[in-house]
Design a protein. Structure first.
Length: 95
C-alpha cells in the first residue's frame, strides 16, 4: 500500500511550509523528488480507467466520464488560481 509513503511525504510538505517558512530550514530535497514520482502512479490509474471504460455498462461509463470532467475542471481552476497568485506576488515585488 502507498499509505505510509504518502503520509510521510505529506508531513514533509507541511513541515516545509510551516517550519521552513519561519526558520529558513528546508526539509530533505529527496522528498521533492519522491513526491514527483507519486505522479507516475497516475499512468497506472489511466490504464485502470481505460479497462473500466471497456465494459459495456452505460452507467459506469457515464459516471467515469463525469468524474474525469470534474477532475479536469478542478485542475483548470487550480492552474488559474496559481497564475493569479503569481501575478499577485509579482505585483507585490514591483510596488
Amino acid at each position: 500500500s502507498w499509505m505510509l509513503p504518502d503520509v510521510a511525504l505529506s508531513l514533509s510538505a507541511w513541515g516545509d511550509i510551516f517550519v521552513g517558512a519561519s526558520h529558513g530550514v528546508r526539509f530533505l530535497p529527496f522528498f521533492r523528488v519522491v513526491r514527483m514520482l507519486r505522479l507516475a502512479r497516475l499512468a497506472r490509474l489511466q490504464v485502470v480507467l481505460n479497462s473500466l471504460m471497456d465494459t459495456n455498462s452505460v452507467m459506469l461509463n457515464l459516471v467515469i466520464s463525469f468524474v474525469k470532467s470534474i477532475c479536469g475542471i478542478i485542475l483548470l481552476v487550480h492552474i488559474i488560481a496559481c497564475i493569479w497568485i503569481g501575478i499577485g506576488r509579482l505585483d507585490q515585488g514591483a510596488g
